[in-house]
Design a protein around this ligand. Structure first.
Ligand code: ATP
Ligand code: MG
Length: 406
């Protein structure tokens, strides 16, 4: 036997007991879902890891998918061989040869979990290492700072030989930690915040406020495209499109120019909270980053955040813009985010937005609008249009909606 497979290691190793089981079961389901296009694959689950038998499929396209599955810590292409020294030596050579560029130095790491194996660990280091050296003249041993580590893992059922360990996304399996609503604008930040929330195991439902006809159809399509990209990481995502024109227009007419962003954000939170309640979500995720714009100073966030009693999760709060952009590029949302279409907030941006809004005045303005504001908020919630977005399109044009997997 000399079989190629992928060894997938589960992340968050600190999880114990029943949660560990939930974690693993969900993760295995999601790995199978991510790899559903590769029909030949078969799976073997052992404690803390999953073995994916390639059965002739090639490794690289599978690795591309695995890198994006939340909850995977790392994975390796491995050779599975019998408890036979010659077979192990052969596999060791093959494993070293898969590394590009070819390493100049290496180190042996033998783990002998199955004590029935006839040679002990130092003997195996020598027996396998010397074979590799003999057959790879340009390679030397370096135990301190090797370019490659050759791992021989002797388990009861078989021996696994490999060199490569690829890091994956980490985090928790999608949806394992409950549900949150994500305020998704068309910008760079909120899709990244969504990805980070999803990586931590939160199922997200996206909420977008639009001011049609002031905002264009393209602005809406842009948000759908961003949600589709996020759906790649979660299977599918609900996107709630909230009509915000009336609220925005009324707030703009109050004459408090510098407070308009503060007022808009507060109304957004009130609506988001209602939508969260309706859909069983227990938190609101935003793309706020401290000091980025006037509405994201401590003073502004204090006044805005008081409008909801749900936890406000802000994964980007302490990150620099360049770090955020780097993630946006990595997860594939950046190019869509920088498309130029107007967002509802950019339309009404005042010349000098308040960086330290006064809560008392903000409340006075809202009270003056009184029942009108409450009514408009209720209407916005009622008028919300909900789409189920998948990575390839909307569920009404594909049958992916039937694939309930989380
Ligand atoms: P982003 O922050 O996503 O780059 P932006 O810079 O246009 O977009 P900000 O003014 O920074 O938005 O708003 C801060 C946060 O408020 C956003 O990250 C997002 O979570 C939320 N938000 C703003 N506008 C909208 C909107 N039209 N619909 C939904 N959420 C919004
Ligand atoms: Mg922003």
């Amino acid at each position: 036997m000399n079989e190629q497979l992928v060894m997938v290691r589960f992340g968050e190793v600190s999880i114990k007991g029943r949660n560990r089981n939930r974690f693993e079961e969900r993760l295995v389901r999601q790995i199978k879902w991510a790899l559903r296009a590769f029909a030949a694959l078969t799976y073997d689950r052992t404690y803390g890891r999953l073995l994916v038998h390639l059965n002739g499929e090639s490794y690289e396209p599978i690795a591309v998918k695995l890198r994006d599955v939340f909850g995977i810590g790392s994975f390796s292409p491995v050779f599975k061989v019998d408890h036979d020294l010659e077979a192990i030596r052969e596999a060791a050579l093959n494993a070293i040869r898969t590394i590009e560029p070819a390493p100049r130095t290496f180190k042996m790491i033998v783990k002998r979990a199955w004590k029935g194996f006839p040679h002990d660990t130092p003997q195996m280091n020598h027996l396998v290492g010397s074979h590799v050296l003999r057959n790879t003249p340009e390679l030397k041993v370096d135990v301190r700072n090797p370019e490659a580590e050759l791992k021989v893992d002797i388990q009861a059922e078989a021996t696994y030989v490999y060199c490569k360990v690829e890091k994956a996304s980490g985090g928790f399996p999608y949806g394992m930690n409950g549900k949150a609503v994500l305020l998704l604008s068309g910008g760079i930040d909120s899709p990244v915040a969504g990805w980070m929330a999803m990586r931590k195991g939160l199922e997200v439902e996206a909420v977008h406020f639009h001011s049609y006809p002031f905002t264009s159809e393209q602005a809406k399509e842009k948000v759908v495209a961003l949600a589709q990209r996020l759906a790649y990481f979660g299977g599918k995502i609900k996107l709630h499109l909230v009509p915000f024109t009336d609220i925005q227009t009324s707030l703009a007419q109050t004459g408090h120019d510098s407070l308009i962003i503060t007022l808009m954000r507060r109304s957004m939170l009130r609506i988001a909270e209602r939508l969260a309640e309706k859909n069983g979500a227990l938190a609101i995720v935003t793309g706020d980053s401290l000091g980025q714009v006037a509405s994201q100073t401590l003073g502004s966030m204090n006044v805005i955040g008081r409008e909801t009693s749900l936890p406000l999760l802000r994964p980007l709060i302490m990150m620099d813009k360049l770090e955020i952009i780097r993630i946006a590029e990595k997860i594939g949302t950046f190019q869509t985010s920088i498309l130029p279409y107007e967002d509802c907030c950019t339309l009404f941006v005042p010349k000098s937005p308040a960086t330290n809004p006064n809560l008392r005045i903000v409340r006075q303005v809202e009270t003056a609008l009184g029942d009108d504001l409450d009514r408009m908020i209720a209407e916005a919630v009622d008028g919300t249009e909900t789409l189920t977005v998948t990575e390839i399109g909307r569920s009404d044009t594909t049958n992916i909606a039937e694939d309930k997997w989380f």
